[in-house]
Design a protein around this ligand. Sequence first.
Ligand code: SAM
Length: 279
Amino acid sequence: MSFLAGHSHPAMVVQCRGIGGFSSMALSAPCLSPVRMLAQEERGVPFQVGPAFYRRQSSLARDLGILLAALHRQQTGQLRVLDVMSGCGVRSVRYLLQARADFVWANDACNELMEILALNLSQAQKAATEDFEAREAELERWRISGEDANKLLLGCAVRREYYDLIDVDSFGSDTLCLGPALAAVKHGGLVYLTSTDGFSAGGHRPHNALASYGGFVNPTPYANEIGLRMLIGGAVREAATRNMKIVPVFSNYSYHGPVFRTMLRVEPGKWLRNRQGIA
Ligand SMILES: C[S@@+](CC[C@H](N)C(=O)[O-])C[C@H]1O[C@@H](n2cnc3c(N)ncnc32)[C@H](O)[C@@H]1O
């Protein structure tokens, strides 16, 4: 399922892309619980959670992602974002409004979230219309879909449709997206990765760490740092198979979860030559 931004009443009418092409589709009025439909705000940006997984404690990690995205846009003049595990779309909305992304694609495999995603993204576009120059406001700047993240990323790579920033906010030690994300990111672009696998970081599941990240992790007194290095190391290994190198831009550990996150710049080139990318 895939939706493109509509222009009449974008919250409720979106274009639906089916096998036969695009067609208009009316979304029914939100049927979500009144509590979950309460308006939320994060750093001044309004959105609704609906039935999605959302953690307010992760707002710092979202701040960092938005800052890097804004910097990337400032430095390169463009910002196309692919948020493959978007939940309610809070970070997509923030990429659109606060990092001034030219285009954001919010995807989540959970089809129940399409309604809330359409609502949040269309309201963000409306806010952007008031904020940005008229010329920019005319442009179609968001898209939502309910695909498996790997399928979506590989589809982009096959079509040679590359993104400046790919955000993979996954649960556990799901590293299946690493390769597809590296295949769909522009050279010089950013990949923002997450792991919530504290057991592997703590050395309590060494075989799982080996399978997911390519490193056999023993228990250490510095598990939080090891968790970040484990995640970066997995990405470095995956990138090396593609003749790409990884430059870690920042990493962040949060005790809730725990959550390990890293923002990586992806560049072409053999990483062993200059030792860049060694986590
Ligand atoms: C941690 S939550 C996302 C939170 C959101 N990024 C935020 O900042 O609030 C992870 C999301 O990934 C989705 N998900 C899990 N596996 C997926 C897959 N293979 N493809 C796409 N989405 C997936 C889940 O439905 C869930 O909404």
